[in-house]
Ligand binder design. Structure first.
Ligand SMILES: [Zn+2]
Length: 430
């Protein structure tokens, strides 16, 4: 792989600190050197790219997605969260096919790269299709293979996840972990089995917790404790853990979380499905808050910038405007790198070269008093000039590195077939 020397960058690091006139040397997928006046070492082949006028930051991440659900974008609109699951999504998903999963994931990867996403955490079944889609798109994916275990036996659903885990062990782009669906579908015993398997295999877990107020009430009735406590008692926070949502986290849940517990916040989904302003907005500084999207079937887009913006705006609307300062919102946007463990998220030698190149000299972002304000409150994918994953440009001069025409064609065909097949009967109950 040829080296790339990025000259005259204005760098925005993961804390929101900005320095100008810096060069980055990218070699073998990582940042090999950082400094002023760098040159390609003699004899080293590579490209020199003048980044004057651009801001370079770590790439964006999405800590909770269901990438195949891109194929269902727009299928369930103007419904509440119960009807969205029970009357729409789960009945449609009961008839979903492997091909839908693959093309949905390809479409999602294309949209994510366009939005500057360099790594995402996914939660779905048929992880092999998602892994293939991620590899072909050149984006990093941490894929949790969903386990429901309706009959209390998780083994049959764990097997394919374990096979995939071995297949992708050591892969630079794809990691596999266990995805117990949630404490309202999986029993405490099933949760414990998956936690122990994650510990043994050196992986982690990713599950939905306290997504709605009703779920917390039901858990109290059934188990006498909150969903977070059910997960904690199964050991869930003693292994690397991605919590999807946690929207209705309670004060008493906070001490249960581990150092390696990260919460994926998806405000657009909560707003669209009328899930309410949960207490996560009261506790966001007390947890490792990151940004998710929950997938395009509920969020209609997979743009982490939009989710971070909505997080801050809902906070400003319902609390005090000064409680959501730019740098802290930026840090929430950047925190997913720590959870994903691909070595990305910092602009220092040795860090993975997963980068986002921002052009803020545009009608929608100029003039530039504050680059962070321009990014967080004005920018969109048009401002993302290039995206680099593992040292390779996956978006260059505003265009993706692959042809999206066959992806769009196949996704449209799958969507037509899904409409014809219609809804089936789901075993799931939200
Ligand atoms: Zn979800």
């Amino acid at each position: 792989m040829a080296s790339v020397l990025l000259k005259n960058c204005r760098l925005i690091d993961e804390t929101g600190e900005i320095v100008t006139g810096e060069d980055l040397l990218v070699r073998d997928g990582v940042i090999a050197a950082r400094g002023k006046g760098l040159a390609l070492p003699e004899g080293e082949t590579g490209e020199t790219l003048d980044c004057s006028g651009l801001f370079v930051s770590p790439g964006l991440t999405i800590l909770h997605a269901h990438s195949p659900m891109h194929i269902l974008r727009g299928v369930a609109e103007d419904v509440n969260v119960n009807d969205w699951f029970n009357k729409e999504i789960w009945p449609y998903e009961s008839k979903i096919q492997e091909e839908d999963i693959y093309w949905g994931a390809r479409l999602c990867c294309a949209e994510m790269l366009d939005h500057g996403v360099t790594a995402f955490a996914d939660h779905y079944f048929h992880g092999e299709q998602i892994a293939q889609a991620a590899k072909e798109s050149g984006i990093r994916a941490d894929i949790a293979g969903t386990v429901f275990a309706f009959d209390g036996d998780p083994e049959p659903e764990m097997k394919p996840v374990e096979t995939l885990m071995e297949q992708y062990r050591g892969d630079p782009l794809v990691k596999i972990r266990f995805g117990p669906h949630s404490p309202y579908i999986c029993s405490p015993e099933v949760l414990r089995t998956l936690v122990e398997a994650a510990r043994e295999k050196g992986g982690g877990i990713h599950l939905h917790v306290s997504e709605t107020a009703a779920q917390v009430a039901e858990s109290r009735e059934k188990h006498g404790k909150t969903p977070f406590r059910v997960v904690a008692e199964a050991g869930g926070f003693t292994v690397p853990c991605i919590v999807a949502h946690g929207l209705w986290i309670e004060e008493e849940d906070l001490p249960l979380l581990g150092e390696d517990t990260y919460i994926a916040h998806c405000p657009k989904t909560y707003m669209k499905l009328g899930a309410g302003r949960g207490p996560i907005w009261d506790h966001w500084r007390q947890v490792n808050l990151c940004i998710g999207t929950d997938g395009a079937a509920s969020s209609n887009s997979v743009d982490p910038l939009e989710q971070a913006r909505l997080f801050a705006l809902v906070g400003k609307l319902t609390d005090r405007a000064e409680d959501y300062p730019l740098r802290e919102v930026w840090q929430v946007l950047m925190r997913g790198h720590r959870a994903l463990g691909f070595g990305s998220g910092r602009l220092v030698p040795g860090a993975a070269a997963d980068l986002c190149f921002w052009d803020l000299d545009t009608p929608q972002t100029a003039p530039l008093y504050s680059p962070l304000a321009a990014i967080l409150y004005s920018a969109d994918s048009r401002n993302i000039r290039h995206v680099m994953v593992a040292g390779e440009f996956r978006k260059r001069d505003g265009a993706l590195a692959f042809d999206t025409a066959p992806i769009l064609e196949n996704a449209a065909r799958c969507a037509r077939e899904i409409s014809i097949r219609g809804k089936g009967v789901s075993k799931l109950r939200f």
